[in-house]
Design a protein. Structure first.
Length: 304
């Protein structure tokens, strides 16, 4: 019998992972607080539009009550960074003592927040560049396909097997911090600019001022990574950000999607976290600071 997998989150990434794991034959439960999303999944599962435009409807369970997920052994956390504390509290109610939680979220601080509630042995850090767009509740379109890298953990085996069965490109690594910071360089360079300018990723390269700002943000974040003694996988951070913007030219970043639907963004966990760490090392980050404040100003009531 296949292991049941809990997906914490009912948004774009949660829906994508739930649908693909269900398609691979795994029983999947989604835990969320978005009432419309939970109700849509309960009534009709998740509809997934793949890269070829083919749509499938997959049977997935959904709940807003963590007690209905008691003794969960494997959980994927796919909520926004500002929702991590809530997710951690939910998992304290349902994750088995020998269970494992894997975070594949954007930004910094998610693993630390989960560890505070669950303990270090039940949390593994991961990163992915796979993308998804939520068309409506329980209806998701697959975006760019990217690898999933997860730190080695003795309990990871069955979850790794499930992700591979769902045709995800999984890599097990000894230390995910380099990959987290590599993604942070890309996210800080692309996401806030697309959110502020309301444009898809590729258009940043078509606007000279936006393109220059993208390069500046990438270099700033890379400087902070170096101050943290993080070795990045690429030698030219601006070129890496440009390459991603080019390859995902028609994609709307997750931050742009949040702004367009009036939801809080992850700017605090991206540019905000970069600025705060930079201050510790006395590294100047004026571009990240400006983007942090401007994106927060788009949704002032959320605090980010």
């Amino acid at each position: 019998m296949q292991e049941n997998i809990l997906i914490v989150g009912t948004g774009a990434m949660g829906s994508l992972f739930a649908a693909r794991l269900a398609w691979a034959g795994y029983p999947v439960t989604m835990l969320g607080t978005w009432k419309q999303g939970v109700e849509a999944i309960r009534s009709g599962g998740v509809r997934l539009v793949d890269a070829d435009g083919v749509e499938r409807r997959l049977a997935v369970q959904a709940t807003d009550d963590p007690r209905e997920c008691a003794e969960t052994r494997y959980a994927l956390v796919l909520v926004k960074a500002w929702q991590t504390e809530r997710a951690a509290h939910q998992l304290t109610e349902c994750l088995a003592q020998d269970g494992l939680t894997v975070t594949l979220q954007n930004g910094l601080g998610n693993r630390e927040t989960l560890i505070q509630s669950l303990g270090p042995g039940r949390v593994a850090l991961g990163v992915t560049t796979t993308g998804a767009t939520l068309l409506e509740a329980a209806h998701v379109k697959a975006g760019g396909e990217g690898p999933i890298s997860i730190e080695r953990n003795p309990a990871l085996g069955p979850l790794e097997e499930a992700l591979r069965s769902a045709n995800f490109n999984v890599h097990i690594v000894e230390d995910a911090r380099s990959l987290i910071w590599g993604k942070l360089v890309i996210n800080s360079a692309i996401n806030p600019l697309t959110a502020l300018l309301r444009v898809p990723n590729g258009e940043l390269l078509e606007r000279p001022s936006a393109h220059q700002m993208l390069r500046t943000l990438a270099y700033e974040t890379a400087q902070v990574a170096r101050a943290e003694d993080i070795s990045l996988a690429f030698s030219d951070p601006a070129a890496a950000a440009e390459d991603v913007a080019r390859r995902t030219a028609t994609n709307r970043s997750s931050m742009l999607q949040d702004v367009q639907r009036g939801a809080p963004t992850e700017i605090d966990a991206i540019c905000g976290a970069i600025v705060e760490i930079a201050q510790k090392h006395e590294v100047p980050t004026p571009a990240n600071w400006a983007c942090w404040q401007l994106v927060k100003a788009l949704h002032p009531s959320s605090g980010g």
